[in-house]
Write a protein of this length. Sequence first.
Length: 256
Amino acid sequence: MSGQWNGPFPPRSRPIRVEGGIRARTARGAIGSTWWSKRFLAVLESFALGTRLTRGRAYARAGQVLSLTVAPGRVTATVQGSRTSPYEVTVALAPLPEPVWARVEASLAEQAIYSARLLAGEMPPDIEEVFAAAGAPLFPRRLADLSLSCSCPDPAVPCKHLAATFYLLAEAFDLDPFQILRWRGRDREELLARLRTLRGAVPPDADSHADAVGPDPGTSGAAATDPATATDPAAVAGAAAAAIGAAPALADVTSP
């Protein structure tokens, strides 16, 4: 970040209002409605950023973020600030190495319910344990895990433009948990294709591990099961396996 001004900090300024920006869905209170988006935002909020968080939320709710793109290892955004040209924002997190992904995929393939939950728009509650057992965390744990940049003149990192990006990224994760996995290095299609291949080699009784976990009440789509068979592990596993190949893609508005 660069710029010139009198004193150690840039002067407080008002952003240029824009039309058609990405606006946070929540008008007040906390941003992020699922456990996985809240877990992600906990990293940001642990940085003790004070007013930058408040202003970042205001930017997110005012639609100042013009674009947001999730790619493996990299999130990019354009944020309209007080200058004529929008600022360019980058949030980078190193993709997980292939050996780690191989271990994660092997674990996910052992239980079809993981794929069923993801396809239903849910992040399995114990998926962090799967990644930890594979040797890498799913979410960044500290600021040093991230490479953050913004073209604004504010020397603080993260600035309010980065904070706004974080909040809207959390809402993107709310809508589609596959975006988290994409950021960590696996596209939806690639992951599901690998799980299909691995599940072809899974022993028939492997799905017996899924009997303690079933779809949440109200789950819809290919992951849902009939109430009469909801407690039948074979039925749950069968529906989940079918979902891997048959479910339609979730709306993906933040991937290139």
